[in-house]
Design a protein around this ligand. Sequence first.
Ligand code: AP5
Length: 188
Amino acid sequence: MVVAKRVLMFGPPGSGKGTQAAVLAERLGVPAISTGDMLRRAVRSGSDLGARVQATVESGLLVDDDTMADVVRARLAEEDAHEGFLLDGYPRTVGQAETLRQILELRGEGLDAVVLLDVPTNELVRRAVARQREDDREEVVRERLKIYAEKTSPLVAHYEQAGLVRRIDGTLSVEVVTAAIEDVLGVG
Ligand code: AP5
């Protein structure tokens, strides 16, 4: 089995995308790229991008598609992403999925897999509130879940039609979830 290296980590806020991407990046030898982490770093650094997106990120709303296209296009052009990537938090809208398709098409590439982490809502809220990030207040977490349901979850059907979705039970321990993902990606 060929190892999947151009991978989307998909699932609602708190489903474990970032946790799993960090572990898998080392095993696959490709970078874990979290758009949420990139935006939070920009806010902390006080850059122009950070100043523009701060209020949006802290209220749990989505940053606009054009800004995100610039962020992702620049990051995927970096050398460490030439052989593959684990993209966590992008795309989140139909427009972003189209932008990603165009970016990859220009490179003569496509996605290998979309890993979908399944976790029920009550567990998502419990995990996020326990973590206490700036945007992890319960009302903000619920807003992020609502936006996921409205704007992001429709992408699952889109990628299912393309035969890319690998559904994983995200309620199990971190180690068991990692092993399940490695299995579907052909690692090991
Ligand atoms: P982002 O950082 O992407 O937030 P998110 O999607 O809400 O995801 P989280 O980081 O909350 O969850 P995760 O699935 O990565 O889970 P994690 O591994 O951390 O985005 C933040 C904001 O940035 C957005 O709201 C938006 O404003 C903006 N943004 C980002 N990308 C954008 C885009 N493309 N377009 C527009 N705006 C964008 O795990 C969660 C917790 O659970 C942790 O404490 C972890 O330790 C724990 N945990 C993980 N796995 C397990 C397990 N198996 N069992 C028990 N606990 C576990």
